[in-house]
Ligand binder design. Sequence first.
Ligand code: B12
Ligand code: SF4
Length: 494
Amino acid sequence: MRVLLVHPSPLMYSELYLRLEPLGLERVAAAIEAAGHDVRLLDLQIFKHADYWRELETFAPQAVGFSVNYLANVPEVVDLSKETKAHRSAPFVFVGGHSASFIAAEFLDHAGGAIDCIVRGEGEVIAPLVLEAIGDPKLETLPGVVTRHGAGPSPTLLKDLDQHLPARHLGRRRHKYFIGVLDPCASIEFTRGCPWDCSFCSAWTFYGRSYRKGSAEAAGEDLARLREPNVFIVDDVAFIQAEHGFAIAREIERRRIRKQYYLETRCDVLIKNQELFAYWKRLGLFYMFLGIEALDDEALRLHRKRVTLNENLRALEIARSLGLTVAINIIADPSWDEARFAQVRDWALTVPEVVHFTVATPYPGTELWLTEPRQLTSRDYRLFDVQHAVLPTRLPLKRFYEELVRTQAVLNRKHLGWGAVRRYGGAALQAAARGQTNYLRMLWKFSTVYNPERQYADHQQPVRYEMRPPRPLAGAKPSKQELYVHMPVPIHQS
Ligand code: B12
Ligand code: SF4
């Protein structure tokens, strides 16, 4: 069967710092190819809708699968599905991905019959079975599958992460993928899931709070296949288990692979596994993201970060002493006033790190979605991108955005424009000489992307598809059924 897999367009704020390959879709593609199908992949972060319609004509897929990791992409995918079903070829349409998994029923309702099924959870095992079941009522009995007529049992976890390494050969214009100065940049996955349970995050609820590792050999093999000199390690929390990180490092040395790496981890993991991170620094670790989230212990407790401010600050010192470029994130609460923004801005100016700010947002799939006492001010999917306020702001909304952007602009002053040219000019120019200009181009884009007027105006757009409000909790605390996509199961891994 001819199958077209599609990643939706970028959200406007990710246009600035990075653009990354659709790794999940590439893994699903690998599984579908292994089942004998003819697969093509189209990434609308790079290509245009016109390319999609051309592909529908020339490749004439019998099935089209969309990946929806981000809520803000829901309206685009609903519209594309409706137009796809209305196309004379009327292929089978299925949708999977992180966010789609949490809102399956309402997604199907919005599409009004244009989406044949939502595939919840990991796609590798189930996607080939879905294709096999097209036209058969057994479709809605498959694990993780939801149709307008019924839903199968909860999805099953992939037993072996080494299976179905990403089908990167299906990617087109891969030189467009980058993160900051790491241009071009590929992505890789060493582990899946997270054993912590932060209240604002859905990484743990998606995977039933499980944590799985691929083998060091498979990691080495996948890395060796990459042409790009830079690699984004997509693990939610990199190197939780030091032995695993050392095993991959040794495999990289054995294969004499030399690349530069970006990863994201927790401050307590960095403190605990300092030696491992120092080892990786020698191997090419260049850029690290630390989820600091808050500058006081009370807010950290409310986020259930299970880490103290002192630990966070210590981790920053360790990362600095290792000579890593460090980016951190702070969650701005809609209740912040001018004084609070000013305080955080002052702090951001004193530290050498790249400081990002996101807006506290209850996402379906997070515990916060079920427990946040404040009423949502908008249920427009497009505003759920952690750059818009969907909870009541203490400041008038426009004023809130002015303060937010003024605070985000610290990053612009410190790390973009000429400041960046002074810091990374050499690397950027070398990349440009090889025809890689993604990074150079982003340096002067800040004010076109971050703009209070534009952010405020986004709230005035007519809402065509509205999110279902959170359902009242059945008990005092959310149950596993209310929270998880994959149900927790004991996993035995050495
Ligand atoms: C890498 C990453 C990114 C990349 C984007 C990569 C890309 N091109 O897709 C970048 C850095 C740009 C990014 C940005 C953001 N991200 Co992000 N991101 C991740 C991260 C860490 C890993 C994604 C990944 O590659 N996973 C590995 C692959 C193998 O898994 P997967 O993509 O989920 O795919 C599997 C299934 O979902 C399913 N599947 C996926 N697609 C399809 C399609 C079909 C047809 C089928 C059947 C199945 C299927 O099968 C796959 C294989 O099992 C996840 C966390 C996570 N653990 O997933 C967060 C995550 C998805 N991001 C999140 C968020 C909030 C964001 C941001 C909005 C804010 C931010 N954190 O900066 C922005 C905005 C995104 C945008 N589009 O602009 C949230 C999502 C919350 C939500 N419910 O929407 C997550 C879960 C992080 C978190 N801890 O909360 N992100
Ligand atoms: S924020 Fe990080 S540590 Fe917390 S649950 Fe999500 S992935 Fe895990």
